[in-house]
Design a protein around this ligand. Structure first.
Ligand code: FES
Ligand SMILES: [Fe+2]
Length: 362
């Protein structure tokens, strides 16, 4: 396959070719080239009073489909382990619960909660056993904002990815974020996952697609910033709209900021508002479908402001337009497009990262 090329000079660059969104092999390649290497959301850190100490989960169901386990040590630390037995590979744990050890239901191999091999019937005669490979593999895991993140084969350390976000939002009461299930929803979208991200990464469509949002923010003042593995769109509040109370010394001190829209390569969106965080996770399902999970977290003492932010309305508007792109990009008459240097630098950033990863893999 020909390498992908996205010119570093946005003024000359073309967008990723339509084949990136259409080819079956390209979609398959993104699984190992991108999603197994970059940090993924892996659930919320349970409340300390929560009694389950072993929680099975699947990382990116239907795509990575990696069976994993969160386990909690007696000291209270969480770790993430493989949920696959090191003997003949069955799934170890089906249900969350309070466990003293992890016992395989197939032939009885047992592991400590930290994944260390403990015992196995009928293996006394086995030579060089147990080896390090007989322990459960442990997976790189980080906690941030009360959320777990894992990477199966981390491309870079987590802090290098999200460090710039912390610099902007560190003044907020991040340790008080509380999940609000009533304001959280999953949306099944009929598009390639990267088309959904492309749309998120530019505000050029706001006046055309989001009339209500366009009333709340100053479209012309919209700003774009790129960092190594994440980028930011800054929404400037129109007069009378809610905005952050920024401390002196903050990069935007003195300005009326409506929202910080951070995107983390390849598929996570952290939208910070004065009331809290809207986390969006774009999960690839197939070449032409994805699941977009909207999870709402509010700062203790504040309430999700539905009237102002109208997340559902904005999401449905985005979904409609992205599904039209999914149809259009199949056209025999469409090959590639160009970027608006003023309004699409974050899409350009995304395409550059994708091209680099895919080319390094092929
Ligand atoms: S597969 Fe687990 S003990 Fe055999
Ligand atoms: Fe949008």
């Amino acid at each position: 396959m020909r390498p992908l090329f996205v010119d570093p000079d946005i003024r000359k660059a073309e967008t990723l070719p339509a084949s990136f969104y259409r080819d079956k092999t390209m979609f398959e390649d993104t699984r190992e080239a991108i999603f197994s290497r970059w940090w993924q959301y892996a659930g919320d850190v349970p409340d300390p009073a929560h009694t389950d100490n072993v929680i099975p989960f699947t990382l990116l169901p239907d795509f990575l489909d990696e069976p994993l386990l969160r386990t909690k040590s007696v000291a209270g630390d969480w770790r993430v382990l493989s949920n696959v037995c090191t003997h003949r590979g069955t799934i170890l744990v089906q249900d969350p619960g309070r466990y003293r050890q992890i016992a395989c239901p197939y032939h009885g191999r047992c592991f400590q909660l930290d994944g260390t091999f403990k015992s196995m019937p009928a293996f006394k005669e086995a030579l060089d056993f147990p080896r390090p490979e007989d322990h459960l593999p442990s997976v790189a895991m980080e906690e941030w904002l009360g959320l777990f993140f894992v990477a199966l084969d981390p491309a870079v350390p987590f802090r290098e990815v999200v460090g710039p976000i912390q610099d902007y939002v560190g003044f907020l009461p991040l340790d008080t974020l509380q999940y609000d299930p009533a304001q959280s929803r999953d949306f099944a979208v009929k598009s390639h996952w990267a088309l959904y991200c492309d749309n998120y990464l530019e505000g050029l469509h706001i006046p055309f697609v989001h009339p209500a949002l366009n009333e709340a923010i100053d479209f012309n003042a919209y700003e774009y910033h790129q960092f190594p593995y994440c980028n930011l769109q800054v929404g400037i509040a129109d007069p009378g709209q809610p905005s952050f109370d920024l401390p002196p010394g903050h990069p935007d001190a003195g300005r009326a900021i409506y929202a910080y829209y951070f995107w983390v390569y390849p598929n996570l969106m952290f939208n910070f508002y004065p009331w809290g965080l809207s986390l969006n996770i774009v999960e690839p399902k197939s070449r032409d479908t994805c699941l977009v999970r909207f999870r709402t977290y509010t700062f203790r003492g504040t309430e999700f402001d539905r009237s102002v932010n109208a997340i559902d309305e904005t999401e449905l508007e985005d979904e409609t337009v992205v599904e039209q792109v999914q149809r259009g990009i199949q056209s025999r008459l469409y090959r590639t497009g160009r970027f608006s240097p003023k309004m699409e630098p974050n899409v350009h950033h995304f395409h550059r990262l994708l091209a680099a990863d895919i080319n390094a893999y092929q």
